[in-house]
Design a protein around this ligand. Structure first.
Ligand code: ADE
Length: 347
């Protein structure tokens, strides 16, 4: 169930990727939001072009769905080069990396998604490639072992990760430009949705309707575009094609998505902490067992956004629901302190 959430920030798979492709900005001027990052990239790109060198290696970290892959393609397009994409777990052996690197032309971008999952054995090959555009391969073994150097063309490595903390220090230090992508503000999401509505040819997308979608998009363009497509279908089948706030409400209520973009799983998680554990603090594993859910799933796909909007607190003693979180559920939080007093007959 959890993998099919409408408001999941991760990609829903190749079909969604393809649909999204048409909505993605291909040049810096079309890119909305992340203004500090764009400014840094503009400078790096202009400087690289002036010196006829590739852009410095870039490390992008931040939550999924915020445009790390898109930016890799934008950088390549701005440099007039190609982007080649792969991912940390896809590079199993050093030779997989060698195959990628030897395909690159001068100035091309090699995008490695989930770079924190790059095997250690492959990581060692990547250091000389990043520093000197050279790959050291050991041939033969034992007494005859020797290192052969293969040259690759000067390129830009763009690494993307949701878990920058898991990257080794030597790898992190080899990126010239490191940037954290932040969640988008609602006005930025509104601009993205207006652009997407235009590209999708939605003549009857009302500003307030798009604003209602932006508010439910959890700061994430990928979610915004997914919700827009879902509302478009609903408006077409159940209405007259207009995307008005009431249509957004109806379409997304049907999906269990509330006005802040929370779904059944988010609310079930908060409700468990509220009603079974008096609002916490309670250990993640305990909540997971009560809900019959996987703790890792809750940690990766439910908690980040609840923490971001201040509905959940992570304390040394476990997870706790905040008053704002309880208020959103429409329940009065019975805190530990209050229940102790109640048990002692003070109330
Ligand atoms: N579509 C998805 N993300 C976008 C962005 N940052 N700017 C413009 N369009 C987008």
């Amino acid at each position: 169930m959890t993998t099919e959430r409408l408001i999941a920030a991760g990609s829903a798979g190749p079909v969604e990727e393809q649909t999204n492709w048409a909505l993605r900005p291909s040049r810096l001027d079309e890119y909305i939001g992340q203004s500090e990052l764009l400014e840094r990239l503009r400078i790096a790109i202009t400087a690289g072009k002036q010196r006829a060198e590739p852009v410095e290696h870039v490390l992008l970290h931040g939550p999924p769905g915020l445009g790390k892959t898109t930016l890799a393609h934008v950088i390549a397009a701005e440099m007039g080069c190609k982007a080649h994409t792969t991912s940390g777990p896809a590079l199993v052996r050093g030779t997989d990396l060698v195959a990628c690197l030897t395909k690159l032309d001068q100035g091309d971008v090699l995008f490695i998604d989930e770079i924190h999952r790059l095997p250690v054995a492959v990581e060692e090959f990547i250091y000389p490639a990043m520093e000197d555009f050279r790959i050291d391969v050991t041939v033969d073994s034992g007494l005859h072992a020797r290192t052969v150097q293969i040259r690759c063309k000067p390129f830009t490595l763009i690494g993307a990760t949701t878990r920058a903390g898991l990257l080794s220090a030597p790898l992190r230090s080899r990126f010239g430009l490191t940037h954290h992508l932040r969640y988008y503000e609602e006005p930025e999401l509104l601009l993205i949705l207006q652009r997407s509505a235009r590209l999708l040819g939605l003549a009857h997308a009302e500003m307030d309707g798009l604003r209602a979608i932006a508010a439910r998009s959890r700061g994430t363009p990928r979610i915004a575009n997914r919700l827009l497509r879902r509302v478009r279908d609903y408006a077409q089948v159940r209405g007259d094609g207009r995307i008005a706030p009431s249509v957004v409400d109806e379409a997304l209520a049907l999906e269990g998505v509330d006005r802040l973009g929370l779904d059944h799983l988010d609310r079930a998680y908060m409700r468990t902490i509220a009603s079974v554990y008096h609002g916490g603090p309670v250990g993640l594993e305990t909540v997971a067992a009560t809900m019959n859910e996987d703790a890792g799933t809750l940690e990766d796909v439910v908690e980040p956004y609840l923490l971001q909007i201040g509905f959940l607190a992570r304390t040394r003693r476990g997870r706790a629901l905040t008053h704002a979180g309880a208020e959103h559920l429409g329940i009065a939080l019975k805190t530990e302190a209050a229940s102790r007093e109640a048990d002692a007959g003070l109330f």
